[in-house]
Design a protein around this ligand. Structure first.
Ligand code: SF4
Length: 123
């Protein structure tokens, strides 16, 4: 059992893998599993959050890249980050071109992004 195999197992669970399942599935003891998880955490390949399953404390393990992208998914439209984060402009949302463009790209996807480029006075 290697760290690479553990990482593969964690990657195959987009919702995150429970550490209490990991050592059972991979047929290793929990202490060895803890050492492998510690190494993956140290190498910044995974993140973990405490979770209780049937009253027993364990950890839900996520691949580092996936957990980051999932965290911000609701703020991304295509590759564009939600425009209000960090915005210091005087805010009138009903008249904000950046917000309208972002919402339009959510609703319309790539086609909307192309369409907004054609009609936007800002571009
Ligand atoms: S709606 Fe427009 S002006 Fe208001 S915070 Fe968002 S981006 Fe800035």
């Amino acid at each position: 059992m290697s760290a690479e195999e553990a990482l593969e197992y964690i990657e195959s669970h987009p919702e995150g893998a429970l550490q209490s399942d990991l050592w059972k599935v991979l047929k290793i003891d929990s202490r060895k599993c803890s050492r492998i998880v510690a190494k993956l955490l140290k190498d910044n390949l995974i993140t973990r959050e405490e979770e209780s399953v049937n009253g027993i404390r364990t950890y839900r393990l996520h691949c580092a890249e996936k957990s980051r992208s999932r965290r911000f998914d609701s703020l991304l439209a295509l590759d564009a980050f939600e425009p209000c984060a960090g915005c210091i402009e005087e805010c009138i949302p009903e008249h904000c071109a950046k917000l309208s463009e972002w919402i339009f790209s959510i609703v319309m996807g790539v086609e909307g992004e192309v369409a907004i480029e054609k009609i936007s006075p800002l571009k």
